[in-house]
Design a protein around this ligand. Sequence first.
Ligand SMILES: *[C@@H]1O[C@H](CO)[C@@H](O)[C@H](O)[C@H]1NC(C)=O
Ligand SMILES: *[C@@H]1O[C@H](CO)[C@@H](O)[C@H](O)[C@H]1NC(C)=O
Ligand SMILES: *[C@@H]1O[C@H](CO)[C@@H](O)[C@H](O)[C@H]1NC(C)=O
Ligand SMILES: *[C@@H]1O[C@H](CO)[C@@H](O)[C@H](O)[C@H]1NC(C)=O
Length: 274
Amino acid sequence: MGRVWGLIALLMCFYRANAAAGPNIIAEPFEVFNQTSAVLRCNLTETTLPVQGSHWLLNGKVIESSKSTEPSPFTSLSLDKITTHSGGKYECVFLIDPPVQQAVEVKTPPHVGAYKHSENGDENDKVLLTCVSHGYPLPSDWSWSKTQADGSLAPIVNNTAEKYEIKSTPNKTTLAITDLSIELDKGEYVCIGVSDLGASSDRIQLRVRSRLAAVWPFLGIVVEVIILVTIIFIYEKRRKPDEIQDDDDSGSAPLKSNSDTNHKEKNVRQRNSN
Ligand SMILES: *[C@@H]1O[C@H](CO)[C@@H](O)[C@H](O)[C@H]1NC(C)=O
Ligand SMILES: *[C@@H]1O[C@H](CO)[C@@H](O)[C@H](O)[C@H]1NC(C)=O
Ligand SMILES: *[C@@H]1O[C@H](CO)[C@@H](O)[C@H](O)[C@H]1NC(C)=O
Ligand SMILES: *[C@@H]1O[C@H](CO)[C@@H](O)[C@H](O)[C@H]1NC(C)=O
């Protein structure tokens, strides 16, 4: 008895699901990947509502050239050359009341690029290497490696001895290296982004300057100042004895000293009278 009721309940469910099914869109293909070109097609079925037109969206934005006012339950979009930039979430939209839409994903292998291909760091200081990614889908996995002397890649592990810190989001990864050493840390670093559709990588050359090089311009100024002060000092020291001699020898000197003493006497007198 219970089984019969169960069966009836199940049939009711099917009936309701069928009754609730309104307009339906059949997309062909449902997904595109690893292709250099494609034609996306949508077919509006299971509705008698009038169609006022259709268009396509890419990542939520209307593709202007795809706008149509034809009352057709069928629309297609031709992708002649699929690159990293043309990948994304496409959607066909039919203008009925209310509008209906269906997604078609166009997937491409990721494209990874270094923010800067050459970075400089100072000895004992910290440096941040950055790579970004484009494409759809974005990498699900990121990793960093360092090129060894023999050309092989040595993977870098996050938090190794608090030296490396890797931070990744789908569209960006950063590698922070602390306490830079000239011998150990200079060289080529490789960032690698991996998605279901493939991998992509880029390279960054890191140069580490010695601490002395970093303070060199400052040291240059200090040395310049020291030399200048020394020259002035020596000049002054040599000049002073000459001037004293001059005062003793020249005829005008006594006059000058006389007038000086006169002034002083005057001052003293004035002070006395006060
Ligand atoms: C993509 O296509 C190439 C050849 O065109 C093939 O070798 C490769 O396996 C394909 N990759 C996937 C994920 O289907
Ligand atoms: C649209 O779908 C219907 C129902 O599956 C089918 O009969 C019809 O041939 C399709 N039209 C096109 C243009 O694919
Ligand atoms: C690396 O470690 C830091 C600190 O523990 C953490 O915040 C970060 O998410 C880790 N990165 C990865 C890629 O696991
Ligand atoms: C990267 O993703 C974040 C959110 O996940 C977004 O806010 C940001 O704009 C994206 N950056 C680029 C360059 O796409």
